[in-house]
Design a protein around this ligand. Structure first.
Ligand SMILES: Cc1cc2nc3c(=O)[nH]c(=O)nc-3n(C[C@H](O)[C@H](O)[C@H](O)COP(=O)(O)OP(=O)(O)OC[C@H]3O[C@@H](n4cnc5c(N)ncnc54)[C@H](O)[C@@H]3O)c2cc1C
Length: 492
């Protein structure tokens, strides 16, 4: 057996791999066409290596077809409604009635919204397929399975073997699927997982969202903006467990103002259909009635029936593939990327892992993935974006840091735009003031976090951030402004 040593400790410095394959001599076989797989395929193809990408359901993977692209496209419509709802104070009036505009005066044609979502996802999937083929990647529609450590068997949807491929490098990028409760089986009509939302033709009258993590919070926010009554069932004290507590507070306030009912410290035990809706039973015995329920309780890796055991690829107790920081599994020549590794369930991370795997396998210099420099966003209203060390880590004493916070209510652009919620938070190392982490809660926080990500990656100090020119007036002005608190004079 070809085994990698020391993969279980991602912090261990990696020795040079004596088994690296020279460029252009390998045949790379990739299982899974999501961002982990397709980015890897493009990287391998750029090396001029014979590359085969096997995809079972659709190029682009869950990221393009059911998760990132559809959810953010739906949220784009929700954002417009949010803007309308917030436009009253900007002096707009309905031309006919003279009344202040409200989101309720606009009808949401969910069938049209979802049609647009599905079309956009399909087009994106096709674009990626064309790009792969144009780069010389062989795309095989089918399901791949390891047969030993250097062969992959491909079967069609009926289980017939299409091909058995020899491979010098294999990448497993098979992703994850929604976790479901046996007591709340998703039927695609009333009891839904997030992949089934885009078949809805009419807006749910009352959507019960089970799970207040990123996915649950994003859909609760979006469907409320679209006009559904929304109840969010959260097993924790606060929504968004693991996210900056101040950011979660802002979101909870926003939910309260917009009429999302949050049932904290409540756990769903089951969900069943009624004549015209659903009933969600909590573990306390209490029942919540709604028209639809969305189960957003996390994902499970698609690592079943992949031939892992026979090949000797180690999995964790949760079924994720064990990898090191350059995406190697426990078997030499077999790499893994994306949600099936359980590193961080983000499309951006999957893509990085896939590229890293190929660079490593094909003999390039590799920069291992640095999780602490990965930025991510939660696309609620307002958006929440984070990077690096969080305030909790500082408060617990795990990392020494100074926390600087500035509300957006002091920002002139925010005032002009009628933005009333949000803040920026910067965490710096005591003494040197090197940027360690940041949180931005604001409209388009996903776009505003980049300067902090750059500062973190390039070890800039708060003084360097504070001294950088910003446009006046701009929300980004607050990104620099917060850093000026270090010398005790926020107006400097
Ligand atoms: C609702 C939602 C919204 C999200 N929004 C964001 C966001 O805004 N930003 C972000 O960065 N991340 C987001 N994510 C996370 C993101 O979707 C995942 O991290 C990303 O899809 C992981 O990419 P991947 O390549 O690992 O897997 P996937 O995208 O799941 O692709 C894996 C592919 O492998 C295929 N496959 C599985 N088994 C086999 C096999 N044996 N043979 C052949 N093919 C196989 C599957 O069919 C699938 O197409 C979101 C997730 C959810 C649920």
């Amino acid at each position: 057996m070809r085994h990698n040593e020391g993969v279980s400790d991602p912090t261990t410095a990696l020795p040079p791999d004596p088994y690296r394959l020279p460029s252009a001599s390998a045949r790379v076989v990739i299982l899974g066409g999501g961002p982990g797989g397709y980015e890897a395929a493009l990287t391998a193809a750029r090396h001029g290596v014979e590359t085969v990408l096997i995809e079972e359901r659709g190029i682009g993977g869950a990221a393009v077809l059911t998760d990132v692209v559809p959810s953010k496209t739906l949220i784009a419509t929700a954002e417009v409604l949010d803007l309308v709802a917030g436009s009253q104070r900007l002096g707009l009036r309905d031309a006919d009635t003279g009344a202040a505009p409200t989101a309720e005066t606009l009808d949401v044609d969910l069938a049209a919204v979802n049609h647009r979502v599905r079309e956009l996802a399909t087009a994106q999937s096709e674009d990626i397929r064309h790009r792969l083929i144009a780069m010389g990647v062989r795309v095989l529609d089918g399901r791949g399975r390891l047969v030993g450590q250097d062969r992959v068997e491909v079967r069609d949807a009926h289980g017939a073997v299409l091909e058995v491929l020899e491979a010098e490098v294999i990448l497993l990028a098979v992703g994850a699927r929604p976790r479901e409760l046996d007591t709340a089986p998703c039927d695609g009509e009333r009891i839904l997982n997030w992949t089934q939302l885009y078949a809805l033709e009419e807006l749910p009258e009352h959507l019960v969202v089970v799970g207040s993590g990123v996915t649950g919070a994003e859909f609760a926010s979006a469907y409320r903006a679209l006009g559904s009554e929304v109840t969010l069932v959260s097993s924790r004290e606060k929504v968004l467990p693991g996210t900056d507590a101040d950011a979660a507070d802002v979101l909870e306030d926003a939910f309260a103002r917009r009429g999302v009912t949050v049932r904290s410290r409540s756990r769903a035990a089951s969900a069943r259909r009624t004549a015209d809706g659903v009933v969600v039973t909590l573990t306390s015995g209490e029942e919540l009635a709604g028209s639809h329920v969305l189960m957003a309780i996390g994902g499970l890796p698609r690592t079943g029936d992949l031939g892992l055991e026979e090949a000797g690829v180690r999995v964790t107790d949760s079924g994720h593939l064990e990898t090191d920081r350059v995406s190697r599994t426990s078997v030499r020549g077999i790499y893994a990327a994306g949600d099936c590794t359980g590193v961080l369930p983000l499309a951006s991370v999957a893509a990085m892992q896939g590229r890293t795997a190929m660079h490593h396998a094909l003999g390039d210099a590799v920069s291992p993935l640095i999780i602490s420099q990965v930025s991510s966003a939660i696309f609620t209203s307002p958006e929440i974006a984070v990077v690096g060390v969080g305030e909790e880590t500082v408060r617990s004493g795990e990392v020494a840091g100074e926390v600087l916070t500035l509300g957006l209510d002091t920002n002139p652009r925010a005032k002009m735009q009628g933005i009333t919620e949000g803040f920026v938070k910067l965490i710096v190392r005591p003494g040197s003031h090197t940027v360690l982490g940041a949180v931005v809660v604001a409209p388009r926080a996903s776009e505003l976090i980049l300067p902090y990500t750059l500062a973190l990656a390039h070890r800039l100090t708060a003084e360097q951030v504070a001294g950088t020119s910003t446009v006046y007036p701009s929300l980004s002005g607050s990104l620099a402004e917060v850093a000026r608190q270090l010398d005790g004079d926020p107006s400097r």
